[in-house]
Structure formats: structure tokens, C-alpha cells
Design a protein around this ligand. Sequence first.
Ligand code: FAD
Length: 298
Amino acid sequence: MASNRSGRHKIGISFEFFPPKSEDMDAQLWTAVDKLQEWDPDFVSVTYGAGGTTKAPTLATVGRFIADTPLKTASHLTCVGATKAETHSVVESFRSIGVKHFVALRGDAPGGVGAPYTPFPGGYANASELVAGLRSLGDFEISVSAYPEKHPESADVDADIAMLKRKADNGADRALTQFFFDNDNFERYLEKVRSVGVTIPIVPGIMPIQNLTQLKRFAGACGAVIPSFLDRRFAGYDDKPEERAKVAAEVAAEQVEDLIRRGIDEFHFYTMNRSPLVSKVLENLGLQRREERSGAAA
Ligand code: FAD
């Protein structure tokens, strides 16, 4: 956790980005990174393999983070479509550009989210195996996923927690959760996780809501519940982007404040490669940008 972060709260923060798919998206990403690095996140992460891509877009994006920013950068890595030897060669490519932290995932079937997953012949079958593989390859920092509201393929939350325990036992350092909006669900999940002896930090994934309608479209497939209070909070703002953004920042900041009251002190923000909403959430939380902190210290 960043020990020098001041303001109302001392919390750890990290930001998730995805590799851009066009020139416009490239410009959008680096503008967002420029703005968000003012918050001095503990680390940032870059997703891997979305939409059936392989390592190239992630490698290029992670490489630029490492070359052009002071940010500690983690690369996501999945087991999809690769033998163990191929995965090891991907790990070497990332290691050679300076990556020391992986977010180790199984990934989704090439048919997309929800299609039945079959392990690639000769590849890692799931994230817990991948964690063990990474541990055997080097002294990497390893984050993994966690699903407070159940992974869609899981029989139940207990099966999810059993997988999380295997990942922790194999050497994961922390879990980053799928986004969720019901903190009671998260607290119940955390109690169960602790009761089976998993002690690694379980870091809530916070998704500031850019667009509730779009979010509803993919939330179910990701294993996230959209509580009805969100409909009430966003009602009437469909055609009012400024007011909608204000509500979105309030909702996310209230969720974080409530989690802080419940004893959580690290948060992973899904940025969607945009800065204004995440920055507004952090402002609402009373955090300070690097400039404000150094001004206050002077
Ligand atoms: P695991 O931890 O291996 O499994 C998750 C759960 O699914 C298990 O608890 C288990 O109960 C259940 N499960 C898994 N396999 C089966 C099976 N065959 N049958 C029954 N149940 C099963 N995806 C990407 O493609 N790229 C990314 O960069 C990426 N980043 C992510 C970051 C975070 C923080 C999170 C939460 C998810 C991310 N995902 C990403 C999505 C992830 O790849 C999918 O949710 C995928 O379906 C599961 O991967 P996992 O590592 O969570 O799987």
C-alpha cells in the first residue's frame, strides 16, 4: 500500500487498463494514463488476450508503460490457446522487458465468455496450475482473480473459493475481484474465504459505471449482480451525461467508503482506459494527487 498517500484515507490503489485496438483508442489510453498516474497507484495492470488476441498487443502496451512511465506494471496472462512451453516463452518475453508481476488467469474459451472451456492440449488447465508454473519460473509477484458473486461456470461460491485456495496455496500473492456493487455479498464472501484459511489480500475490483445499460449487458456473463438501487440512482439521467457522471462518481466513492468502514484498505479500479470518472471517484474519497501532496508537504 502506498504509505505516502494522504487526504482523508490511507488506501492502496491500482488501475486496470486494456490494450488499445485503434489509433483513437491508443490516444485515449495514454491520455488516461497521463492523468491517472498523478494519483501514484501502487501498480497498474494490462489485460491479456481479450477477444481472442494473443500476446502482441499486451506486450506492446506493457512495454510502453515500462519505458515511458514510472508506474509498476503488471501483465495479465491467460492459459488460453497455448501449451505450457508456449506460455513459458510468453513469460520470458514479458520478463525480458522488465515485467515482475503477473495477473494469472485461466481466461475464457476461444468461443467467448460463457462458451464451455476446454484446456488447451499440453497447456495449463486453470489459473491455479498457471500460478504454480509461474512460481517455478521465477520470483514473480502474482495476482489472481476472485469472484465474490460466483464465477458463471462455478457450481457455487464454495467451488470458487476452493479454486481461490488452490491459487493461494500455489503461491498467489493477492486476489483482485470481479467488480461487484453489493458490499454485503462481498463481506459474506470474504468471511467464507478467511474461514477456509486463505490469508492473501482480497482486493475489491471497483467499476465506476460509465453506462449502466451497457454494463447490464455484460455483467451476467462476468458473474456480477446489478442491484436494483443502481436503477434508482441512475433513473432519468440517460440523456444527461454530466449528471450521470456525477452520480457514477458518487456511487463508486460511496461503495469504497463503505468498504473502508468494513476494514478494506486496497482497491483495484477498472478504468476502461478513461480517466475523468476514476479521478472524480478518488477526489470524492478525499485522496490527493502527487502535486497536492507535495504542495501540502512544502
Ligand atoms: P480460474 O480461477 O481458473 O477459475 C475461476 C472459477 O471458475 C473457479 O473458481 C471455478 O469454480 C470455475 N471454473 C473454472 N473452470 C471451470 C470448469 N472447466 N468447469 C467448472 N467450473 C470452472 N480474461 C482475459 O481473457 N484476459 C484478462 O486479462 C482478464 N483479466 C481479468 C482480471 C480480473 C481481476 C478478473 C476477475 C477476470 C479477468 N478475466 C480476464 C476474466 C477471466 O479470464 C474469466 O473470468 C475466466 O472465465 C476465468 O478465469 P480465472 O483465472 O478467473 O479462472
